[in-house]
Design a protein around this ligand. Structure first.
Ligand code: F6P
Length: 547
């Protein structure tokens, strides 16, 4: 498999990028009045506008050639038919099977996985109904009022982000709480508000070995037992979501209370599995199904739309154009919707844990930049925090703006205020303000020539900052499902285009292993290990002061 940089499309893109460095987006817009029509796509319920990127038909054609030369569609098809494309872990990549709303079977190693998926969904459905209806009782016979989800990374971010995004659709049946950090502050704050007799814990961990999740789960069990004084109470207050049934049994959770997932579901792509149980408990099972349906619609689009009209493919091509060819090192995620405030964190794991890597499929060092650093915050808040950097900083940060036509909560003209800022920011980042415009403005305001000279360079905005806009009809379960599936497939395409193995996370494992060794040292004075002088110094300073 030759390195991507040897492909003819790659070389054309490099040449185009060199030329594009002298082009301004504003000029592209004045030369071509139909840019928006050419470079935007409407899908049911959403608009994707990529016209404010530094591209013309030439760049898009070259990017499309890259997609063809990297056999993107063949790889996509391999994913959908359950081939083991996660070859560093020898696994299929089948989160799409979890939301397959058609009757078509999907096979892994000759076995149709749609049957076990349907069975697990039915089990979730029955359980959700039991808890929400009050049929499920705690150890004293009280109904459940609070659900606590314990999990981290992919076993937390998807459900919590979704819960936050859809909180306005929840009824009063259950309150929900999330615990992800090993920091005792979080669990003690949550438990303080709760009554053990009416609290249900969902312990979510694909491996059931993640130390922070296990520590939180053990603390929660101890908290329950300290009041219940009865080991049997655990069965009424703890359920688990995991692939590791041996470990869930060892932990003391009865197999009836374990919801399973499969090794072909990556943690960061698992919110469509029983990992989504907290969402289904909080919002009701129908809302969970709507989420799956929204994602399924995008799966169908990704499978069927020609590459030139395929939104996730174009999202990935643009990321590579901006990062690998034009040199951007970061990418901002800017939801103009308060309920989507966790989207940047969710996408950080999805994209950076997937593609924050630097060797090719065959393990050679890649001679190009792979994915950018993702970060972001909700608009308008971000405008008053870091947008100064976006407008006038000396590095370019392409940004995704995400908003909706209808607000979740209609309050006076708040949505118009919010969205006018969204549109204004993309316009300003694109067009900027020239020296002449600044001079004119200051002259009109009556500034002296000297004052103008002193100020002019400070007020110039170069513009030419690429942005992509996604407008959803509304932030509801279906549209959120669509949005997340778009980003998931974008990430898949980035991996193929860049020749990166997107589905492992060895980089995270390294720190995990070291932390467990150091934990032994921190907890046991007789254990000392050899580290570098800084790590040794930190550990011994901590231990001395901790006494
Ligand atoms: O962050 C590393 C990671 O392995 C993620 O990929 C995963 O989502 C998270 O830890 C949690 O893992 P588990 O679900 O096994 O507890």
């Amino acid at each position: 498999m030759s390195c991507r940089s040897q492909l003819s499309s790659w070389q054309s893109l490099q040449e185009l990028a060199n030329k594009m460095k002298n082009t301004h987006l504003k000029d592209l817009f004045s030369q071509d009045k139909s840019r928006f029509d050419t470079f935007s796509i409407q899908l049911p319920g959403l608009l994707f506008d990529y016209s404010k990127n530094l591209i013309t038909a030439n760049e898009m054609n070259a990017l499309q050639s890259l997609a063809q030369q990297t056999e993107l569609t063949a790889w996509r098809d391999k994913m959908f038919i359950g081939e083991k494309i996660n070859f560093t872990e020898n696994r299929a990549v089948l989160h799409v099977a979890l939301r397959n709303r058609s009757c078509a079977p999907i096979f892994v190693e000759g076995k149709d996985v749609s049957q076990p998926i349907a069975a697990e969904l039915s089990k979730m459905h029955a359980f959700v109904n039991k808890v929400r209806s009050g049929e499920w009782k705690g150890y004293t016979g009280r109904v459940i009022t609070d659900v606590v989800s314990i999990g981290v990374g992919g076993s937390n971010l998807g459900p919590q982000m979704t819960t936050e995004a859809l909180q306005n659709y929840a009824d009063e049946t259950l309150r929900i709480h999330y615990i992800s950090n090993a920091d005792g502050v979080q669990i003690s704050k949550v438990l303080k508000q709760l009554n053990p007799a009416s609290t249900l814990f969902v312990v979510s961990s694909k491996t059931f070995t993640t130390s922070e999740t296990m520590a939180n789960a053990k603390t929660a069990v101890a908290w329950l037992k300290s009041v219940a004084n009865d080991d049997a109470a655990v069965a009424k207050h703890f359920v688990a979501v995991s692939t590791n049934l041996a470990k869930t049994a060892e932990f003391g959770i009865s197999s009836d209370n374990v919801f399973t997932m499969w090794d072909w579901v990556g943690g960061r792509f698992s919110m469509w599995s029983a990992i989504g149980l907290p969402v289904a408990l909080y919002l009701g099972f129908d809302a969970f199904i709507e989420l799956l349906e929204g994602a399924f619609e995008v799966d169908e689009h990704f499978k069927d739309a020609p590459l030139t009209e395929n939104v996730p493919v174009i999202m990935a091509l643009l990321s590579i154009w901006n990062t690998t060819f034009l040199g951007a090192k970061a990418q901002a995620i800017l939801p103009y919707d308060q309920t989507m405030h966790m989207l940047p964190a969710y996408l950080q794991q999805a994209e950076m844990e997937s593609n924050g890597k630097s060797v090719t499929f065959s393990g050679e060092v890649v001679p190009y930049t792979t994915v950018p650093l993702l970060w972001g915050m909700t608009g308008i808040n971000g405008q008053h925090a870091f947008y100064q950097y976006l407008h006038q900083g000396n590095t370019i940060v392409p940004a995704d703006f995400i908003g909706s036509i209808k607000p979740v909560v209609e309050v006076n003209n708040h949505h118009e205020i919010l969205m006018s800022n969204f549109f204004a920011q993309t316009e300003a980042l694109m067009s900027g303000v020239t020296t002449e415009q600044v001079r004119e403005e200051l002259t009109a305001k009556g500034h002296s020539t000297q004052e103008i000279e002193n100020l002019v360079n400070h007020k110039v905005h170069k513009g030419n900052r690429p942005t992509t806009s996604i407008l959803l009809d509304k932030v509801d379960a279906k549209h959120l499902g669509k949005l997340i599936a778009l980003y998931e497939h974008k990430i898949f395409c980035q991996g193929i285009l860049l020749q990166i193995c997107s589905f492992d996370q060895w980089g995270v494992e390294l720190g995990k292993g070291l932390a467990s060794k150091i934990q032994n040292e921190l907890e046991n004075d007789t254990i000392t290990a050899e580290h570098d002088s800084s790590t040794n110094g930190l550990i011994s300073y901590f231990k001395k002061k901790r006494v």
